[in-house]
Design a protein around this ligand. Structure first.
Ligand code: COA
Length: 248
């Protein structure tokens, strides 16, 4: 089974992050598969909606820690594939639905800021622990979160790295609905079907109009990435990555 399972049924493309033995942590090849699938769907007449989900019980534990460590030993740390994924999702004209169960950590939480609909199971826990790893926020989260939920709430996520329940994330405007697992799947399928049946040109135009601040968001994302890459080389970050992989 592929680490990113890609299935298209009628007009609905489902991308499943499928590395359950590692809590669906995202490696460079997985980012690239996601980016390619999203970019391809944008040009595929048949694709109308994208669903992104994890496997049962876990969305994703974020960036693979071993890839973080590998990046620290390069003189010029590249996070090319991650950036390709970020751009593909951000620029995608099709509506994107996130189906979130269990852990959504790091980019698993920040990618939700770039989806159009976010549905979570009751056991979902979201967390952006960049600060605990000696890192800074990514994926324009330091731009979008304060505007979405206010500075002090965003501080709980980005300055303290606290865990947030799906219900709290819903109160902060990041999540549409929190549902039982079976109801979650049904809701996502129903919403995807509804979107697939709508007038497609108007749907894409409407999304484009809603994303009129994309240039500012993108500029901020690249400014963050520069600082993020520098932070990956810091002693604090190296110690945090090592501490994770050396746990017994
Ligand atoms: N990168 C690489 N491997 C990861 C991972 C990550 N981000 N998250 C989990 N894994 C791996 C673990 O190393 C472990 O592998 P092993 O069985 O070979 O030892 C496996 O997934 C299961 O994880 P484990 O930590 O044993 O499960 P848990 O239920 O006790 O804890 C997490 C789950 C997600 C809370 C914990 O693994 C964690 O904190 N991961 C790091 C999250 C993170 O900081 N991501 C980066 C954000 S920027």
């Amino acid at each position: 089974m592929q680490r990113i399972a890609i299935e298209q049924h009628e007009h609905i493309l489902t991308l499943t992050i499928n590395r359950p033995d590692k809590k669906n942590a995202l490696t460079r090849d997985m980012y690239l598969s996601l980016a390619n699938a999203i970019n391809y769907a944008g040009h595929d007449e048949d694709a109308r909606v994208i669903i992104i989900k994890g496997t049962d019980g876990v969305f994703t534990a974020g960036n693979d820690m071993h890839d973080f460590i590998a990046a620290t030993s390069q003189t010029d740390a590249e996070i090319n594939e991650t950036e390709q994924f970020m751009r593909a999702l951000m620029e995608c004209e099709l509506p994107i639905i996130a189906q979130v169960e269990g852990l959504a950590i790091g980019i698993g939480a920040t990618l939700l800021l770039h989806c159009d609909f976010v549905y979570c199971s009751r056991n979902t826990i979201l967390k952006t622990p960049f600060i605990n790893l000696g890192l800074v926020p990514e994926y324009a989260s330091s731009y979008i979160m304060p505007r979405l939920m206010g500075h002090v709430k965003a501080s709980e996520w980005l300055l303290l790295g606290e865990s947030v329940t799906a219900e709290s994330a819903k109160d902060m405007g990041m999540v549409n609905e929190v549902l039982e697992t079976e109801a979650l799947k049904a809701k996502v399928t129903q919403t995807a079907q509804k979107l697939a049946d709508l007038p497609q040109t108007a749907l894409r135009q409407s999304k484009r109009l809603m994303k009129s601040n994309t240039i500012a968001v993108k500029e901020h994302m690249y400014a963050e990435l520069k600082i993020f890459i520098a932070a990956m080389q810091s002693e604090d970050a190296k110690q945090a990555f090592d501490a994770f992989v050396q746990r017994s």
